[in-house]
Structure formats: structure tokens, C-alpha cells
Write a protein that binds this ligand. Structure first.
Ligand SMILES: [Zn+2]
Length: 125
């Protein structure tokens, strides 16, 4: 899949400030915006990468603006954690972690946030 990574993204930084989180990955179209996490450490986290790549696929599948709308509507209906786009991405993330030991899997859970965008934070261990 074709995608781009932007480190120190101003968009992700705003999300990070709003969320008071130390790290944020946010997908807009084919671009993964990072703040508080370096490209290298992000790419090493297979589960996280698989999760965000799933959001990129969702953007491609539904179209840019349409997906933003669907994501927001889904969140308003069922909440962020149960948002079907986040559920799908979480499953993709677990599959991406298939090679990791169980202890590490539990550690690297990626949490959706309360923002009406596909913004995720990595739970600090
Ligand atoms: Zn997500």
C-alpha cells in the first residue's frame, strides 16, 4: 500500500495537545501524521503500523470526505471505542502483531481517542 509518514506533524501536534497524550498517530488520506513518536519507533511497532494502514485502506475504500463523515457518524452512534472503523483497525493491528510474544502484544495496545478523526494513541507501558 502506498502511504506517507509525516514526523512532527502540526496536525498530530494539535491532537496531542488536545488529548494531553505523549504520542499520536493520525491518518488523513494516505498520510500518517505523527507527533511525539519518531518514524523509526513507529515503524518498529508492527501492530501500530498495521492499525494505521487499516485506516488508510478505509480512506481509499470510502473516499476522503465520505470516510471522515462515516467515521464521525459512527462515533456519534456507538462511541469511539466501538466505532466499527476502529474495531476493524484494532483487529488488523492484532494480526500485525502475530509474531510478537504475548506479553508484548498486551503492551502495545493502540487506543482510539475521543476526537472525531482516526487519531490513535499508544498506551504507555
Ligand atoms: Zn484507529
Amino acid at each position: 500500500m502506498k502511504y506517507k509518514i509525516v514526523e512532527n506533524s502540526p496536525f498530530a501536534r494539535i491532537a496531542r495537545l488536545v488529548l494531553k497524550s505523549s504520542n499520536v498517530a493520525m491518518v488523513l488520506g494516505r498520510t500518517i501524521h505523527l507527533s511525539g513518536v519518531k518514524r523509526d519507533s513507529f515503524l518498529r511497532d508492527k501492530g501500530w503500523v498495521a492499525h494505521e494502514l487499516c485506516h488508510i485502506r478505509q480512506f481509499q475504500e470510502h473516499g476522503y470526505l465520505r470516510f471522515l463523515w462515516l467515521y464521525l457518524r459512527e462515533s456519534m452512534r456507538v462511541g469511539y471505542y466501538n466505532n466499527k472503523y476502529e474495531v476493524e483497525a484494532r483487529i488488523a493491528g492484532l494480526k500485525g502483531e502475530i509474531d510478537l510474544p504475548v506479553a508484548q502484544k498486551a503492551d502495545s495496545s493502540i487506543k482510539p481517542t475521543e476526537l472525531p478523526l482516526p487519531v490513535d494513541i499508544r498506551k504507555e507501558s
